[in-house]
Design a binder for this molecule. Structure first.
Ligand SMILES: Cc1cc2nc3c(=O)[nH]c(=O)nc-3n(C[C@H](O)[C@H](O)[C@H](O)COP(=O)(O)OP(=O)(O)OC[C@H]3O[C@@H](n4cnc5c(N)ncnc54)[C@H](O)[C@@H]3O)c2cc1C
Length: 433
Protein backbone atom coordinates (compact mmCIF):
# COMPACT_ATOMS: atom_id res chain seq x y z
CA UNK A 1 0.00 0.00 0.00
CA UNK A 2 1.24 3.50 -0.84
CA UNK A 3 2.24 5.62 2.16
CA UNK A 4 2.94 8.85 0.30
CA UNK A 5 1.86 10.39 -2.99
CA UNK A 6 3.04 13.43 -4.93
CA UNK A 7 0.53 16.22 -5.32
CA UNK A 8 0.54 17.45 -8.92
CA UNK A 9 1.87 20.98 -9.47
CA UNK A 10 -0.83 23.35 -10.70
CA UNK A 11 -1.41 26.92 -11.73
CA UNK A 12 -3.35 28.94 -9.14
CA UNK A 13 -5.33 32.11 -9.79
CA UNK A 14 -4.06 35.17 -7.91
CA UNK A 15 -7.43 36.36 -6.65
CA UNK A 16 -6.22 39.18 -4.39
CA UNK A 17 -3.29 41.57 -4.44
CA UNK A 18 -3.30 43.76 -1.35
CA UNK A 19 -1.01 45.58 1.09
CA UNK A 20 -1.76 43.45 4.15
CA UNK A 21 -3.30 40.01 4.56
CA UNK A 22 -4.55 39.13 8.03
CA UNK A 23 -4.95 35.37 8.44
CA UNK A 24 -7.58 34.62 11.09
CA UNK A 25 -10.42 36.82 12.29
CA UNK A 26 -10.26 36.27 16.07
CA UNK A 27 -9.51 39.07 18.56
CA UNK A 28 -5.93 39.35 17.29
CA UNK A 29 -7.03 39.39 13.65
CA UNK A 30 -9.75 41.97 14.30
CA UNK A 31 -7.21 44.23 16.01
CA UNK A 32 -4.67 43.71 13.22
CA UNK A 33 -7.15 44.39 10.40
CA UNK A 34 -8.31 47.60 12.11
CA UNK A 35 -4.75 48.74 12.82
CA UNK A 36 -3.70 48.17 9.20
CA UNK A 37 -6.81 49.45 7.40
CA UNK A 38 -7.25 52.54 9.57
CA UNK A 39 -3.69 53.46 8.72
CA UNK A 40 -4.20 53.34 5.00
CA UNK A 41 -3.33 49.73 4.09
CA UNK A 42 -5.50 47.83 1.63
CA UNK A 43 -6.36 44.91 3.89
CA UNK A 44 -7.76 41.42 3.35
CA UNK A 45 -8.98 39.44 6.37
CA UNK A 46 -9.25 35.68 5.80
CA UNK A 47 -11.26 33.54 8.22
CA UNK A 48 -12.15 29.86 8.00
CA UNK A 49 -15.35 30.03 10.09
CA UNK A 50 -18.67 31.67 9.12
CA UNK A 51 -18.18 34.71 11.35
CA UNK A 52 -15.50 36.88 12.90
CA UNK A 53 -14.42 36.80 16.55
CA UNK A 54 -12.57 33.50 16.88
CA UNK A 55 -12.84 32.12 20.38
CA UNK A 56 -14.87 35.18 21.43
CA UNK A 57 -17.76 34.10 19.17
CA UNK A 58 -17.19 30.69 17.54
CA UNK A 59 -15.69 29.55 20.84
CA UNK A 60 -18.68 30.96 22.82
CA UNK A 61 -16.48 32.78 25.31
CA UNK A 62 -18.10 34.16 28.44
CA UNK A 63 -16.25 37.44 28.90
CA UNK A 64 -13.24 39.57 28.03
CA UNK A 65 -10.69 39.01 30.82
CA UNK A 66 -8.12 41.21 32.49
CA UNK A 67 -7.75 44.86 33.39
CA UNK A 68 -6.54 46.24 30.09
CA UNK A 69 -6.88 49.93 29.31
CA UNK A 70 -7.07 50.19 25.54
CA UNK A 71 -8.93 52.32 23.01
CA UNK A 72 -9.54 49.41 20.68
CA UNK A 73 -11.05 47.01 23.23
CA UNK A 74 -13.04 49.90 24.76
CA UNK A 75 -14.42 50.70 21.33
CA UNK A 76 -15.56 47.09 20.83
CA UNK A 77 -17.16 46.91 24.26
CA UNK A 78 -18.83 50.33 23.91
CA UNK A 79 -20.33 49.33 20.58
CA UNK A 80 -21.69 46.12 22.11
CA UNK A 81 -23.17 48.14 24.97
CA UNK A 82 -24.77 50.63 22.61
CA UNK A 83 -26.36 47.82 20.57
CA UNK A 84 -27.66 45.97 23.63
CA UNK A 85 -30.80 43.91 22.99
CA UNK A 86 -34.03 44.82 24.79
CA UNK A 87 -34.17 41.51 26.66
CA UNK A 88 -30.57 41.71 27.87
CA UNK A 89 -29.65 42.72 31.39
CA UNK A 90 -27.75 45.93 32.11
CA UNK A 91 -24.37 44.28 31.79
CA UNK A 92 -20.77 45.32 31.93
CA UNK A 93 -19.27 45.60 28.42
CA UNK A 94 -16.90 42.72 29.05
CA UNK A 95 -19.74 40.15 29.23
CA UNK A 96 -20.21 38.78 25.71
CA UNK A 97 -23.39 38.52 23.63
CA UNK A 98 -21.93 36.31 20.88
CA UNK A 99 -24.48 37.05 18.17
CA UNK A 100 -24.27 40.79 18.75
CA UNK A 101 -20.47 40.72 18.77
CA UNK A 102 -20.43 39.00 15.37
CA UNK A 103 -22.47 41.88 13.91
CA UNK A 104 -20.31 44.52 15.60
CA UNK A 105 -17.19 42.97 14.07
CA UNK A 106 -18.76 42.86 10.58
CA UNK A 107 -19.68 46.54 10.93
CA UNK A 108 -16.23 47.55 12.16
CA UNK A 109 -14.55 45.78 9.26
CA UNK A 110 -16.87 47.37 6.72
CA UNK A 111 -16.37 50.85 8.16
CA UNK A 112 -12.58 50.42 8.10
CA UNK A 113 -12.70 49.24 4.47
CA UNK A 114 -11.37 45.74 5.23
CA UNK A 115 -12.21 43.05 2.66
CA UNK A 116 -13.51 40.06 4.63
CA UNK A 117 -13.29 36.54 3.22
CA UNK A 118 -15.10 33.88 5.27
CA UNK A 119 -15.23 30.10 4.84
CA UNK A 120 -11.63 30.24 3.64
CA UNK A 121 -8.58 28.63 5.16
CA UNK A 122 -5.03 29.87 4.72
CA UNK A 123 -3.60 26.53 3.67
CA UNK A 124 -0.05 27.48 2.70
CA UNK A 125 2.25 30.41 2.02
CA UNK A 126 3.81 31.96 -1.06
CA UNK A 127 7.48 32.73 -0.47
CA UNK A 128 10.39 34.35 -2.24
CA UNK A 129 13.47 33.07 -0.44
CA UNK A 130 12.89 33.71 3.27
CA UNK A 131 10.20 36.27 2.62
CA UNK A 132 6.49 35.53 2.79
CA UNK A 133 4.73 37.26 -0.10
CA UNK A 134 1.26 35.79 0.16
CA UNK A 135 -0.94 32.90 1.17
CA UNK A 136 -2.61 30.00 -0.58
CA UNK A 137 -6.34 29.98 0.12
CA UNK A 138 -8.42 26.80 0.26
CA UNK A 139 -12.21 26.98 0.14
CA UNK A 140 -15.31 25.74 -1.67
CA UNK A 141 -13.95 27.75 -4.60
CA UNK A 142 -10.85 25.56 -4.66
CA UNK A 143 -7.30 26.80 -4.28
CA UNK A 144 -6.56 30.47 -4.90
CA UNK A 145 -3.66 32.76 -4.07
CA UNK A 146 -3.57 36.12 -2.31
CA UNK A 147 -0.44 38.27 -2.47
CA UNK A 148 0.54 41.03 -0.05
CA UNK A 149 3.41 43.21 1.09
CA UNK A 150 2.89 42.01 4.67
CA UNK A 151 1.13 38.91 6.00
CA UNK A 152 -0.06 38.87 9.60
CA UNK A 153 -0.61 35.48 11.18
CA UNK A 154 -3.53 35.76 13.61
CA UNK A 155 -4.65 32.14 13.35
CA UNK A 156 -4.10 31.41 17.04
CA UNK A 157 -2.10 28.29 16.22
CA UNK A 158 0.22 30.15 13.85
CA UNK A 159 -0.70 28.01 10.83
CA UNK A 160 0.75 30.48 8.34
CA UNK A 161 3.97 31.05 10.25
CA UNK A 162 4.44 27.27 10.63
CA UNK A 163 3.98 26.80 6.87
CA UNK A 164 6.51 29.55 6.21
CA UNK A 165 9.17 27.61 8.12
CA UNK A 166 9.29 30.00 11.09
CA UNK A 167 10.82 28.28 14.10
CA UNK A 168 8.51 27.27 16.93
CA UNK A 169 8.05 24.94 19.88
CA UNK A 170 4.77 23.62 21.18
CA UNK A 171 3.61 23.98 24.77
CA UNK A 172 5.69 24.38 27.87
CA UNK A 173 9.44 24.32 27.92
CA UNK A 174 10.91 20.93 28.78
CA UNK A 175 8.07 18.52 28.03
CA UNK A 176 5.85 20.35 25.49
CA UNK A 177 2.78 19.97 27.72
CA UNK A 178 -0.08 22.15 26.45
CA UNK A 179 -3.00 23.58 28.36
CA UNK A 180 -6.21 21.51 28.11
CA UNK A 181 -8.99 22.26 25.64
CA UNK A 182 -12.61 23.15 26.51
CA UNK A 183 -15.83 23.14 24.55
CA UNK A 184 -17.84 26.02 25.98
CA UNK A 185 -21.62 25.67 26.22
CA UNK A 186 -24.61 27.69 27.30
CA UNK A 187 -27.51 26.71 29.55
CA UNK A 188 -30.88 28.29 30.29
CA UNK A 189 -33.37 27.94 33.13
CA UNK A 190 -30.97 28.99 35.90
CA UNK A 191 -32.50 30.70 38.92
CA UNK A 192 -30.09 33.65 38.88
CA UNK A 193 -31.34 35.06 42.17
CA UNK A 194 -30.34 31.93 44.08
CA UNK A 195 -27.52 30.69 41.86
CA UNK A 196 -23.79 30.68 42.52
CA UNK A 197 -21.23 31.75 39.89
CA UNK A 198 -17.77 30.38 40.74
CA UNK A 199 -15.59 32.32 38.29
CA UNK A 200 -12.14 30.93 39.10
CA UNK A 201 -10.60 27.66 40.23
CA UNK A 202 -9.75 29.37 43.48
CA UNK A 203 -13.41 30.18 44.24
CA UNK A 204 -14.66 27.71 46.85
CA UNK A 205 -18.43 27.41 47.38
CA UNK A 206 -19.75 25.51 50.39
CA UNK A 207 -23.16 23.86 49.87
CA UNK A 208 -25.18 21.51 52.09
CA UNK A 209 -23.85 18.62 49.96
CA UNK A 210 -20.20 19.73 50.14
CA UNK A 211 -17.73 22.17 48.60
CA UNK A 212 -18.39 22.51 44.86
CA UNK A 213 -14.86 22.25 43.40
CA UNK A 214 -14.23 19.13 45.53
CA UNK A 215 -17.56 17.59 44.53
CA UNK A 216 -16.83 18.25 40.83
CA UNK A 217 -13.39 16.67 41.12
CA UNK A 218 -14.94 13.57 42.67
CA UNK A 219 -18.05 13.26 40.50
CA UNK A 220 -17.44 14.60 36.97
CA UNK A 221 -15.93 12.35 34.26
CA UNK A 222 -12.17 13.13 34.38
CA UNK A 223 -10.35 15.14 33.25
CA UNK A 224 -13.46 17.34 33.68
CA UNK A 225 -13.64 18.11 37.41
CA UNK A 226 -14.01 21.81 38.18
CA UNK A 227 -16.80 24.38 38.30
CA UNK A 228 -16.58 27.62 36.28
CA UNK A 229 -19.91 29.35 35.64
CA UNK A 230 -20.53 32.83 34.18
CA UNK A 231 -23.73 34.82 33.87
CA UNK A 232 -24.84 35.28 30.25
CA UNK A 233 -26.45 38.46 29.01
CA UNK A 234 -30.06 37.23 29.21
CA UNK A 235 -31.67 36.42 32.57
CA UNK A 236 -31.48 32.71 33.39
CA UNK A 237 -28.64 32.02 30.95
CA UNK A 238 -25.20 30.87 32.07
CA UNK A 239 -22.04 30.16 30.06
CA UNK A 240 -20.30 27.01 31.24
CA UNK A 241 -16.52 26.51 31.12
CA UNK A 242 -16.44 22.98 32.55
CA UNK A 243 -15.70 20.47 29.79
CA UNK A 244 -12.02 19.63 29.86
CA UNK A 245 -9.61 17.43 27.92
CA UNK A 246 -5.86 17.14 28.38
CA UNK A 247 -3.25 15.67 26.04
CA UNK A 248 -4.71 17.37 22.94
CA UNK A 249 -2.55 18.93 20.25
CA UNK A 250 -4.76 21.62 18.70
CA UNK A 251 -2.79 21.41 15.45
CA UNK A 252 -3.77 17.77 14.87
CA UNK A 253 -7.08 17.00 13.15
CA UNK A 254 -7.36 13.60 14.85
CA UNK A 255 -6.77 15.15 18.29
CA UNK A 256 -9.31 17.87 17.55
CA UNK A 257 -11.86 15.27 16.49
CA UNK A 258 -11.30 13.35 19.75
CA UNK A 259 -11.59 16.61 21.68
CA UNK A 260 -14.91 17.59 20.06
CA UNK A 261 -16.47 14.16 20.65
CA UNK A 262 -15.20 13.80 24.23
CA UNK A 263 -16.18 17.32 25.28
CA UNK A 264 -19.65 17.02 23.72
CA UNK A 265 -20.09 13.76 25.63
CA UNK A 266 -19.09 15.41 28.94
CA UNK A 267 -21.97 17.92 28.69
CA UNK A 268 -24.86 15.67 29.85
CA UNK A 269 -22.84 14.57 32.89
CA UNK A 270 -22.05 18.19 33.73
CA UNK A 271 -25.70 19.18 33.45
CA UNK A 272 -26.72 16.28 35.74
CA UNK A 273 -24.08 17.47 38.22
CA UNK A 274 -25.43 21.04 38.06
CA UNK A 275 -29.01 19.76 38.67
CA UNK A 276 -27.96 17.72 41.67
CA UNK A 277 -25.30 19.78 43.43
CA UNK A 278 -25.26 23.42 42.39
CA UNK A 279 -27.73 25.85 43.99
CA UNK A 280 -29.92 27.64 41.45
CA UNK A 281 -29.23 25.14 38.64
CA UNK A 282 -31.89 22.54 39.60
CA UNK A 283 -33.91 23.13 36.40
CA UNK A 284 -31.22 24.23 33.96
CA UNK A 285 -31.12 22.87 30.41
CA UNK A 286 -28.64 22.83 27.52
CA UNK A 287 -29.18 25.67 25.03
CA UNK A 288 -26.22 25.38 22.66
CA UNK A 289 -22.53 24.64 22.48
CA UNK A 290 -19.65 26.48 20.82
CA UNK A 291 -19.09 25.96 17.08
CA UNK A 292 -15.56 24.85 17.81
CA UNK A 293 -13.64 23.40 20.76
CA UNK A 294 -11.52 26.07 22.44
CA UNK A 295 -7.78 25.48 22.17
CA UNK A 296 -5.74 27.40 24.74
CA UNK A 297 -2.17 26.69 23.72
CA UNK A 298 -0.23 25.27 20.78
CA UNK A 299 2.75 26.82 18.98
CA UNK A 300 5.07 29.42 20.48
CA UNK A 301 7.23 30.99 17.75
CA UNK A 302 10.81 32.15 18.08
CA UNK A 303 10.71 35.90 17.70
CA UNK A 304 13.30 38.67 17.68
CA UNK A 305 12.45 38.75 21.40
CA UNK A 306 10.69 36.15 23.56
CA UNK A 307 8.45 37.63 26.24
CA UNK A 308 8.87 35.93 29.61
CA UNK A 309 7.02 35.84 32.91
CA UNK A 310 9.53 38.18 34.62
CA UNK A 311 8.78 40.89 32.04
CA UNK A 312 5.14 40.59 33.07
CA UNK A 313 5.64 40.49 36.84
CA UNK A 314 8.04 43.44 36.62
CA UNK A 315 5.50 45.33 34.44
CA UNK A 316 8.18 46.05 31.88
CA UNK A 317 7.78 48.94 29.48
CA UNK A 318 9.77 47.94 26.39
CA UNK A 319 11.34 50.57 24.16
CA UNK A 320 9.64 48.91 21.19
CA UNK A 321 6.21 48.57 22.84
CA UNK A 322 3.28 48.07 20.48
CA UNK A 323 0.59 47.06 23.01
CA UNK A 324 0.35 48.69 26.41
CA UNK A 325 -1.47 48.66 29.75
CA UNK A 326 -1.98 44.90 29.69
CA UNK A 327 -2.91 43.22 32.93
CA UNK A 328 -3.96 39.66 33.75
CA UNK A 329 -2.81 36.68 35.84
CA UNK A 330 -0.94 33.48 34.99
CA UNK A 331 -3.98 31.46 33.94
CA UNK A 332 -2.46 28.01 33.48
CA UNK A 333 -5.05 25.25 33.54
CA UNK A 334 -3.80 21.92 34.80
CA UNK A 335 -1.94 20.26 31.93
CA UNK A 336 -2.59 16.82 33.44
CA UNK A 337 -6.13 17.04 34.87
CA UNK A 338 -8.80 19.42 36.11
CA UNK A 339 -8.38 22.74 37.91
CA UNK A 340 -5.45 25.13 38.06
CA UNK A 341 -1.87 24.12 37.27
CA UNK A 342 0.55 24.41 40.19
CA UNK A 343 2.36 27.21 38.30
CA UNK A 344 -0.83 29.17 37.73
CA UNK A 345 -2.37 31.92 39.85
CA UNK A 346 -5.78 33.46 39.33
CA UNK A 347 -6.97 35.29 42.46
CA UNK A 348 -3.61 35.42 44.22
CA UNK A 349 -1.48 36.84 41.42
CA UNK A 350 0.78 39.80 42.09
CA UNK A 351 2.70 41.97 39.66
CA UNK A 352 4.05 45.50 39.80
CA UNK A 353 1.54 46.94 37.34
CA UNK A 354 0.43 46.58 33.75
CA UNK A 355 2.90 45.46 31.12
CA UNK A 356 3.71 46.14 27.49
CA UNK A 357 4.21 43.79 24.53
CA UNK A 358 7.38 44.46 22.52
CA UNK A 359 7.23 44.55 18.73
CA UNK A 360 10.17 42.12 18.73
CA UNK A 361 7.91 39.37 20.11
CA UNK A 362 5.70 39.74 17.01
CA UNK A 363 8.52 39.55 14.45
CA UNK A 364 9.63 35.99 13.60
CA UNK A 365 13.37 35.53 14.17
CA UNK A 366 14.23 34.57 10.60
CA UNK A 367 11.26 34.78 8.22
CA UNK A 368 10.51 38.16 6.64
CA UNK A 369 7.26 39.68 5.33
CA UNK A 370 5.41 38.07 8.23
CA UNK A 371 4.17 39.28 11.62
CA UNK A 372 2.69 37.31 14.51
CA UNK A 373 -0.41 38.49 16.32
CA UNK A 374 -2.31 37.13 19.32
CA UNK A 375 -1.66 34.01 21.34
CA UNK A 376 0.97 32.82 18.84
CA UNK A 377 3.51 35.62 19.45
CA UNK A 378 6.91 34.75 20.89
CA UNK A 379 6.52 34.04 24.59
CA UNK A 380 7.26 31.42 27.20
CA UNK A 381 4.53 28.98 28.28
CA UNK A 382 3.99 31.02 31.44
CA UNK A 383 4.00 34.43 29.76
CA UNK A 384 1.57 33.06 27.16
CA UNK A 385 -0.87 32.05 29.91
CA UNK A 386 -1.13 35.77 30.69
CA UNK A 387 -1.13 37.49 27.27
CA UNK A 388 -3.42 34.86 25.69
CA UNK A 389 -6.60 36.58 26.91
CA UNK A 390 -8.73 38.33 24.33
CA UNK A 391 -8.26 42.02 25.21
CA UNK A 392 -4.48 41.62 25.20
CA UNK A 393 -4.59 39.70 21.90
CA UNK A 394 -6.71 42.50 20.41
CA UNK A 395 -4.21 45.11 21.63
CA UNK A 396 -1.33 43.13 20.14
CA UNK A 397 -3.22 42.87 16.86
CA UNK A 398 -3.85 46.60 16.67
CA UNK A 399 -0.17 47.40 17.26
CA UNK A 400 0.97 44.83 14.71
CA UNK A 401 -1.55 46.11 12.16
CA UNK A 402 -0.28 49.67 12.55
CA UNK A 403 3.30 48.40 12.16
CA UNK A 404 2.35 46.48 9.00
CA UNK A 405 0.78 49.62 7.50
CA UNK A 406 3.96 51.54 8.32
CA UNK A 407 6.10 48.91 6.57
CA UNK A 408 3.87 49.22 3.50
CA UNK A 409 4.04 53.04 3.58
CA UNK A 410 7.83 53.10 3.94
CA UNK A 411 8.25 50.17 1.55
CA UNK A 412 10.57 48.48 4.05
CA UNK A 413 10.92 45.09 5.68
CA UNK A 414 8.73 44.54 8.76
CA UNK A 415 11.88 44.15 10.85
CA UNK A 416 13.19 47.55 9.72
CA UNK A 417 10.05 49.49 10.58
CA UNK A 418 10.69 52.74 12.45
CA UNK A 419 9.06 51.80 15.74
CA UNK A 420 8.91 55.42 16.90
CA UNK A 421 6.67 56.26 13.93
CA UNK A 422 4.47 53.25 14.77
CA UNK A 423 4.25 54.37 18.39
CA UNK A 424 3.36 57.91 17.33
CA UNK A 425 0.45 56.51 15.30
CA UNK A 426 -0.61 54.32 18.21
CA UNK A 427 -0.49 57.29 20.59
CA UNK A 428 -2.59 59.29 18.14
CA UNK A 429 -5.14 56.44 18.34
CA UNK A 430 -5.12 56.67 22.16
CA UNK A 431 -2.65 53.90 23.05
CA UNK A 432 -0.44 55.13 25.87
CA UNK A 433 2.65 53.41 27.31
C1 LIG B 1 -11.81 27.47 26.57
C2 LIG B 1 -11.16 28.81 26.60
C3 LIG B 1 -11.57 29.72 27.55
C4 LIG B 1 -11.02 31.02 27.54
N1 LIG B 1 -11.51 31.96 28.41
C5 LIG B 1 -11.23 33.27 28.19
C6 LIG B 1 -11.94 34.29 28.84
O1 LIG B 1 -12.85 34.04 29.63
N2 LIG B 1 -11.61 35.59 28.56
C7 LIG B 1 -10.60 35.91 27.70
O2 LIG B 1 -10.37 37.10 27.50
N3 LIG B 1 -9.89 34.94 27.07
C8 LIG B 1 -10.21 33.64 27.27
N4 LIG B 1 -9.54 32.64 26.59
C9 LIG B 1 -8.38 32.98 25.76
C10 LIG B 1 -8.76 33.59 24.42
O3 LIG B 1 -10.06 33.24 24.03
C11 LIG B 1 -7.80 33.19 23.30
O4 LIG B 1 -6.49 33.01 23.73
C12 LIG B 1 -7.87 34.30 22.24
O5 LIG B 1 -9.15 34.25 21.62
C13 LIG B 1 -6.77 34.21 21.23
O6 LIG B 1 -7.03 35.15 20.23
P1 LIG B 1 -6.44 34.92 18.76
O7 LIG B 1 -7.10 35.94 17.91
O8 LIG B 1 -4.97 34.84 18.86
O9 LIG B 1 -6.96 33.45 18.39
P2 LIG B 1 -8.46 32.88 18.14
O10 LIG B 1 -9.46 33.54 19.02
O11 LIG B 1 -8.32 31.40 18.24
O12 LIG B 1 -8.75 33.30 16.66
C14 LIG B 1 -8.09 32.68 15.57
C15 LIG B 1 -8.99 32.79 14.35
O13 LIG B 1 -8.28 32.31 13.21
C16 LIG B 1 -9.10 31.40 12.49
N5 LIG B 1 -8.19 30.46 11.83
C17 LIG B 1 -7.41 29.54 12.42
N6 LIG B 1 -6.64 28.92 11.52
C18 LIG B 1 -6.93 29.48 10.32
C19 LIG B 1 -6.46 29.27 9.00
N7 LIG B 1 -5.48 28.40 8.74
N8 LIG B 1 -6.99 30.01 8.01
C20 LIG B 1 -7.98 30.93 8.27
N9 LIG B 1 -8.47 31.17 9.49
C21 LIG B 1 -7.94 30.45 10.51
C22 LIG B 1 -9.99 30.77 13.53
O14 LIG B 1 -11.16 30.23 12.98
C23 LIG B 1 -10.24 31.95 14.47
O15 LIG B 1 -11.35 32.70 14.06
C24 LIG B 1 -10.04 31.34 26.60
C25 LIG B 1 -9.60 30.40 25.66
C26 LIG B 1 -10.17 29.15 25.65
C27 LIG B 1 -9.75 28.17 24.59
Amino acid sequence: MKTVINEAAREILVKYNVDVIVAGGGPAGIGAALGAARNGAKTLLVEEMNCLGGIATSGMMSHWCGGTVSPITSEIMDRCQAARWENEIERPGWVINHELLKLVFFDMMEEAGVTVLLHTRCADVVKEGDKVTGVILESKSGREAALAKVVIDATGDGDVAARSGAEYAKGREGDGGMQPVTLMFKIGGVDWDNAVFPGSFETRVETPKGELQALAKKLLPPPAGHVLLYKGTIPGQVVVNMTNLTGIDGTSNTDLTRAEITCHRQIPAIINFLHEYVPGYEHCYHLSSASVVGVRETRHFKGMYTLNEHDIVEARVFDDWIATQNRFNFDIHNVEGSGLDKNGAQHHFTCKGSYTIPYGACVPAKIDGLLLSGRNISGTHKAHSNFRVMPICTNIGFGVGVAAAEAVRENCSVRDVDIKKVQARLEAAGVTP
